[in-house]
Write a protein that binds this ligand. Sequence first.
Ligand code: BES
Ligand code: ZN
Length: 428
Amino acid sequence: MSASARTALLGLVLACALASPSGSQAGEPPLFALTAADTFLASPLHHLPSEDAIDSLGTRLKLVQLDAAQRARLSDFVHEEESRCGGYFSFSSRAEALDFLARDLSLQAILAPPTLAYTLDNQATVAPWLAQVSEPVIRATIAHLSSYQNRYYQSTHGLNAALWIRDTWLALGNGRSDVHVELFNCSNCSTQPSVILTIDGAELPEEIVVLGGHLDSIRSGAYGNPEQFAPGADDDASGIATLTEVIRIALAQGWKPRRTVKFMGYAAEEVGLRGSAAIAASHSSAGAQVVGVLQLDMTNYRSGVPHHVQFLTDFVNGPLRGFSYQLFDSYLAPLGLVRKDLACGYACSDHASWTSHGFPAVMASEAGDTDDDFFPYLHSANDTLAYVGGTADSSIPFAQFALAFLGELAKTSAPPNDVFINGFESDP
Ligand code: BES
Ligand code: ZN
């Protein structure tokens, strides 16, 4: 293990030790968690009664009833002992969890061939966008979002942060009739809504491209405490700030996509991917044609290494990941940017919600210098902008990648054939 990886691991241990599970509040009754069996069995919770389960990919899972303190111990164990993230889906009842598993479409989602032609032919739109990405703008959004005491799903701060994102995105829509912003409530997301900005597709409105990140934050061990200090600047104010910059640039000159585009800030990711699971379920039951999902979770930490963007390899769609590499190699590599791969683990972020509902999803995230080096202040009071030197530089490549993903998947609507210049009809 490298020195920086050791420092990172120490940071995580400290971060997780800062707030002890005994600080947990009785904020919510025990819930049912679906988590990876190997994680659970290696953890100090292995003695709890659990049921074996399996998803369509053959991932060995455990269905287990956990209270808030036990969930904290499970997460802390994975972070400390396995120096990686270990996720779970969260359910209010056993029946709900079993129903989720019975409908699991992960295998289909990772293997699904593209439902649209992957082409790189929209340089005219994408190239000028890339030059417009602004570090101070991204930084200002991270600074604002990390100025709330927390963005915890059960707190008024977490609600206010979501409403601020709604208002900010609405303002970027500039009153356009084809741009809509809505709040999406979910039955187990407490008072925190997800936020969705939609740009109606001008030519293929039924086909939907999704770009998202989670808007909530959490402090390790402080589950249930609505006054916990959890700035979440990197996790995941950086992802929301990156998306906000993409929205700003795409809408600045009145861009109209051929396909419908939805930008999403998900509620309650940190407590079991709840907002995204509800949204993916609703798209599934509506029979929506979601042609590609990009998840941005943690974009603003680098440890002085050659890599800028990390693509996650598990629980993502293969062809869309391949297309993401093509996008990166054509648009970002010429700017001197470098990518790498890493597996994330079961249910580590919101892309997993889309995958389990059968939709093609990919996820990009910041890269450490080794595979077990990740942001040392994850889920701690030190997840601040100051920790990364007060800059949003590391987020710039993510905004550029997301713009390329947006422009080449949603495409630019051709202007109407009849173009009037100075009152005279010109030749198309
Ligand atoms: N942002 C993290 C996941 C992550 C960490 C991605 C490091 C890439 C690099 C995410 O918000 C998180 O904390 N996930 C939890 C699982 C969740 C379902 C409780 C995790 O992985 O422990
Ligand atoms: Zn996150």
